[in-house]
Design a binder for this molecule. Sequence first.
Ligand SMILES: O=P(O)(O)OC[C@H]1O[C@H](OP(=O)(O)OP(=O)(O)O)[C@H](O)[C@@H]1O
Ligand code: HPA
Ligand SMILES: [Mg+2]
Length: 166
Amino acid sequence: MSEPNAQKAFPVSWEQLHRDTRALTWRLTAGERKYKAIVCITRGGLVPALIVARELNIRLIDTICIASYHDYKEQGDSQIMKGIGPELAALAADGGSEILLIDDLVDTGKTARIVRDMLPKAHFATVYAKPMGRPLVDTFVTEVSQDTWIYFPWDMGLSFVPPIVS
Ligand SMILES: O=P(O)(O)OC[C@H]1O[C@H](OP(=O)(O)OP(=O)(O)O)[C@H](O)[C@@H]1O
Ligand code: HPA
Ligand SMILES: [Mg+2]
């Protein structure tokens, strides 16, 4: 689990996230598997899922709603607020072999473990991964160290930066 005072910061712009998610999609197309539906883990998986769905021309998209970080950077108990819907019941029946699970990142792997238990045969893809969660992900793009905090564009805004030399 990331500490509140992670040593390193890894800020990601909208453009970089778009590029990295496209790179994730290229990796996904390198395999033989074809997917009939995307299940994204809210909320962080929503933006990557949009981009992957557009690139793979998948229009059947569902969510698993999990909240595990209730305060800024502090991990609380995981809470499943919504599972997959009845429309995907047939696809989920064999464990989800034709389902692509998408999240923005794996950190400790706690969220990944929950969704893997729900859909053990689904392909689990994230844009970013930290070492603790990495073994739980099938495909990802960029690994950062465990003591790095990834700042997503929806959590940031433009602000003044003081000069290096003042
Ligand atoms: O590997 P873990 O230690 O479980 O951490 C990874 C999860 O934490 C974040 O979600 P969060 O629960 O903060 O909710 P959010 O997606 O709504 O921001 C992130 O989007 C992943 O889903
Ligand atoms: O590094 C992170 N950044 C943003 N959200 C997160 N949730 C778990 N780890 C992270
Ligand atoms: Mg999340």
